[in-house]
Design a binder for this molecule. Structure first.
Ligand SMILES: Cc1cc2nc3c(=O)[nH]c(=O)nc-3n(C[C@H](O)[C@H](O)[C@H](O)COP(=O)(O)O)c2cc1C
Length: 347
């Protein structure tokens, strides 16, 4: 699937700003590949981004979609009151905590018509009908999994490859069902353990994701049988990324721990610990995307005020080692490190 790449590194889809056509195109031009993030975008905006990326590179890239889940039945009233207080603090109003499908059907129609080489899904399985449609359009279907049970389900659903997401990963866990009683969001497997367990269950190409920040990490997961490595946090400080300045600065300062939280979106995600996360994580219901919509104005106001304490500062565990600079430079460094690491192994 990625045999044609000079270096099997994929820039992860990073919805909410960090992914730009410039970032994806720069990684493709440097010998890797990657995904535009469709999450939170309307189909028209996604169409624009596909076109802009194609204008910047003739190489292959994919699109990533959030699969909508069922509407949560959790009682949101207590959390709404907490966010009202947060909104007052930042001089704004809370958002309306509504469910929506993130324009999923329209975006699926679009990606099928665009005949992209690969389309990846997170948060659940695409339906068999949608998998068949994408296959007809010539697209390979990739499903994000966080445990061996999900991997088997994805294989049965017709996935061509799996993105295996270890618990080190930044931002949302791709888990299919969010158990409200579990603060971390399901059994949490480290990446190497998960690669091994998944490859014992299914015979599909595996893309490794979670905490990969050095070329030696990429050599390690390729040695462990992955066909490619997917890196998100390693590119958050790239020049071409759309990461907000406050987020960039918090990453560069490297002074915070990371933790899972539902406080910002209603789905477990790994981010830098800040005041909002500390004060609200224990109260946040498992209700995505309602909580995402509810907290949005507070996050936006904090960002405008340059205040990192109420923003979702997504980051993987190894974020202190991520570097700034052009994406091509990051790829060149990773490649050199991967070669050196692979050459050092003697048994
Ligand atoms: C800021 C940010 C946004 C992300 N958004 C998405 C997304 O839209 N879709 C998706 O499948 N994964 C998303 N991810 C998760 C990545 O696909 C990947 O699992 C993760 O970045 C790997 O861990 P790392 O960040 O330590 O490299 C995001 C990650 C980050 C850091």
């Amino acid at each position: 699937m990625f045999e044609d790449l000079c270096f099997p590194v994929l820039v992860a889809p990073m919805a909410g700003g960090p992914t730009t056509p410039e970032l994806v195109a720069a990684v493709v031009e440097a010998g890797g590949s990657g995904f535009l993030a469709a999450g939170y975008l309307k189909a028209g905006a996604l169409d624009d981004r596909i076109e802009r990326t194609r204008a910047l590179t003739n190489g292959r890239f994919g699109v990533n979609l959030f699969v909508p889940g069922a509407e949560s039945t959790e009682d949101l009233s207590g959390y709404v009151r907490r966010i009202e207080a947060e909104a007052e603090r930042y001089g704004t109003e809370p958002g309306h905590p509504h469910w929506d499908d993130d324009d999923y059907r329209a975006k699926l129609d679009l990606v099928a018509s665009q005949r992209l080489p690969f389309v990846s899904f997170t948060f659940d399985l695409p339906s068999p009908h949608d998998v068949a449609r994408l296959h007809e359009a010539g697209s390979k279907v990739i499903v994000t999994v966080t445990n061996p049970v999900e991997a088997v389900q994805a294989a049965v659903a017709g996935a061509d490859a799996l993105c295996v997401q270890g618990f080190e990963a930044g931002a949302h866990r791709g888990l299919f069902a969010d158990d409200p009683r579990d603060p971390a969001g399901g059994a949490t497997f480290g990446l190497l353990a998960l690669l091994r367990l998944v490859s014992a269950e299914v015979d599909l190409p595996l893309i490794a994701a979670g905490g990969l920040v050095h070329g030696a990490d990429i050599a390690a997961v390729l040695t462990a049988g992955a066909v490619a490595a997917q890196l998100g946090t390693a590119f958050l400080r790239a020049d071409e990324a759309g990461t907000q300045p406050v987020h960039r600065q918090a990453l560069a300062d490297a002074g915070r721990a990371t933790e899972f939280t539902r406080a910002f979106s209603g789905r477990p995600a790994r981010g830098l610990v800040n005041r909002f996360l500390t004060e609200n994580s224990g109260f946040a219901p498992a209700a995505y995307p309602q909580i995402h919509h509810l907290t949005r104005p507070v996050r936006a106001a904090a960002s405008t005020a340059g205040d990192p304490e109420a923003m979702n500062l997504w980051a993987g565990q190894t974020y202190p080692l991520a570097t700034s600079g052009p994406a091509a430079g990051i790829i060149a460094r990773l490649r050199e490190q991967a070669r050196a690491a692979a050459g050092q192994v003697k048994f």
